[in-house]
Write a protein that binds this ligand. Structure first.
Ligand code: NAD
Length: 293
């Protein structure tokens, strides 16, 4: 078993991005600028946004954090989005999801200009992705592709089983891995909560991408020898013996699956690390007007 070390990869890519920023500045350009909108005080969202802002600082990006209380109206959120769309100093921005229940996430996502949608959630970017056109790829699937590229994981002709069909992970990664490209050219099966015989699908998979949000769902007896496992899940489970009172784990039971896997991502330290990096790559592309001129 070998570990797909997201932490190390993220470090390497961040160093490359920092170098690009230095070059941009040396050539008279300005630092890429990412803004993040955080509504309410969901603890996980606060951690995610803090990591994004810190990563920006580390590599010389400018970042702006816009915080609003949980009881803000939908119209006020849309107003913040509108201002960011029109702010020439901001290259790209994200609205951290989930939003409080009274705010329509779809409406907010649609209000973000595709040119600044560095999360890649807007249907214009999603549609471009599906057609293989230049776009901002959603961060987590983009991070998985980058990991596959850097570890030279063979995907052509492989049986890939994706579990989970969310718009941000399961569905886009299944589209990307079946495209005529590298990584891609795989035969992809997408499984979800209504799938019958899930274990049968898993057992014939060469590559498994797990994105369901159920702690340690995939067990060792559900996978074949030599499988490559990409565990996207980030779950908090109670661990009273620890200082924090909880521990993080993936959707894959690492202890029983890793002895059979040829390659596996740990949680934490796997895909999550690359998600932030992909967002920064998109922001750099936005600053350089690489996707939309
Ligand atoms: P989601 O929570 O929106 O949806 C879960 C999906 O799992 C659904 O499509 C559902 O059909 C499927 N599912 C649920 N129960 C199932 C079952 N018993 N069998 C088969 N399929 C089942 O998904 P999401 O937003 O993609 O999140 C999935 C996990 O990935 C979560 O743990 C989340 O925290 C994590 N995540 C991690 C990152 C990262 O950066 N690493 C990014 C996004 C999400």
């Amino acid at each position: 078993m070998n570990i797909l070390d997201g932490k190390q990869l993220a470090k390497e890519i961040l160093a490359e991005l920092a170098e690009e920023v230095r070059e941009l500045l040396a050539n008279g350009g300005r630092a890429p600028h990412l803004a993040a909108v955080l509504v309410g005080d969901d603890p996980a969202s606060q951690v995610y946004v803090r990591n994004k802002v810190r990563s920006c600082e580390k590599i010389g990006f400018r970042s702006t954090l816009i915080r609003r209380p949980a009881d803000i109206s939908e119209a006020e959120v849309l107003d913040v989005v509108d201002q960011l769309n029109r702010d020439d100093e901001v290259d790209g921005f994200i609205v951290q999801l989930p939003l409080p229940g009274h705010i329509n996430e779809e409406k907010v996502t649609l209000a973000i200009q595709p040119e600044k949608d560095v999360d890649g959630f807007h249907p214009v970017n999603f549609g471009r992705m599906a057609q293989g056109l230049p776009c901002y790829l959603p961060a987590t699937p983009a991070g998985i592709l980058e990991m596959m590229r850097r570890y030279e994981i063979e995907t052509e002709g492989k049986e890939v089983v994706v579990i989970g069909r969310s718009n941000i992970v399961g569905t886009p990664i299944s589209i990307l891995l079946s495209r005529k490209a590298y990584p891609g050219n795989a035969t992809v099966t997408i499984c979800h909560s209504r799938t019958k015989g899930l274990e049968g699908h898993l057992r014939r998979a060469d590559i498994i991408v797990a994105a369901i949000g159920i702690p340690e769902f995939v067990k060792g007896d559900m996978v074949k020898e030599g499988v490559v496992v990409i565990d996207v899940g980030i779950n908090r489970v109670d661990a009273p013996e620890t200082e924090k009172g909880y521990r993080l784990c993936g959707d894959v039971d690492f202890s029983s699956v890793s002895p059979k896997a040829s390659l596996i991502t740990p949680v934490p330290g796997g895909v999550g690390q690359l998600t932030v990096v992909s967002l920064l790559i998109n922001t750099l592309k936005a600053a350089k007007r690489e996707i939309y001129v």
